[in-house]
Ligand binder design. Sequence first.
Ligand code: FE2
Length: 276
Amino acid sequence: MATFKAPSLAPQNMVDLDRYPMAELASPEAARFARQCRQDYIETGLCMLPSFIRPEALEMLAQEANSLTGDAYFCKSTHNAYLTDEGDELDDTDVRRRQEETYVGSVPYDKIPGDAALRALYEWDPLREFIGAVLDKPVLYRFADIMGACSINVFRDGGEHGWHFDESEFTITLMLQPPEHGGTFEYVPKVRGKPDEQEIVGRVLDGDREGVVELPFTAGTLLIFGGNQTIHRVTRVTGDKPRLVPVLCFAEDPAAANSPEVRELFWGRRGDELNG
Ligand SMILES: [Fe+2]
């Protein structure tokens, strides 16, 4: 049974506010910083903030996440880059026929203790407001899904996430622990909607490295990522140290939640009794 220790740091002390003045958007300094992040997001499809979490808080968050990996549900699947189920009517050369492999575990939000430091960070309003500013969403809510609101992705030995576009417009992740080997986040920026999108996707799936960027996703980095427009993957992890990455979900609709089918896929439970 995992043991937990109550957070000794409040969120405003976990985040390096000297480096990233994001806590009080009403201040000119924070507003300027958020505008710069917004600009980065528009231009590159992502906003990456290295060392967003201070070292002592990072150690605490990583330790906490490691103690919860026993509650991860693991799922192996194959999917196309668009995460769609296609019938046989597709042309042989259609990239949507191509299958990628994913093997990842996830600790659901309802298995993260009420006094966890990660929960405190996720529920910290200034973080939600800052992310809203970067995404140009004046109103943003924490995701109303009991399992998916803030889950922890666990890539153990053999874990990987094949090339895909996300279904959601944006994804917020926090690197707590890179693995010993592999687990590199790779992407080809802003492919969706280009006239030659299909050709690019086909080449990427063939292993062509042209245009592929490796993200320096170091421990403590916060990533705000427009994963719906940018094809991306996590390369295969090897070694005993799991890659631990919480996924912090926010939505414009306060009632937005996953379907029972999605919960079943990612966490092995439909959760019908919990919420919609
Ligand atoms: Fe993704």
